[in-house]
Design a protein around this ligand. Structure first.
Ligand code: SF4
Length: 63
């Protein structure tokens, strides 16, 4: 599984960072980034939930 974000369209809502802080964080520019790919089922599940919940649908999950 690999997660990526189309960062330029991020509106900094914080949903992904709140849902799965092991994978997502805010970078210095205030936009979310993937700093660590999910490890294990629990992280994969919350990383996927964040992707589904992103209000601008810019988180991509490659299985
Ligand atoms: S959920 Fe989407 S819009 Fe919100 S901070 Fe994460 S990437 Fe940005």
């Amino acid at each position: 599984m690999e997660i990526s974000i189309e960062r330029t369209d991020c509106i900094s809502c914080g949903l992904c960072v709140g849902a799965c802080p092991e994978v997502y964080r805010f970078a210095d520019d205030g936009l979310a980034e993937v700093y660590h790919q999910p490890e294990g089922e629990a992280q994969e599940r919350s990383a996927r939930a964040a992707a589904g919940g992103c209000p601008v649908s810019i988180i991509y999950v490659e299985e």
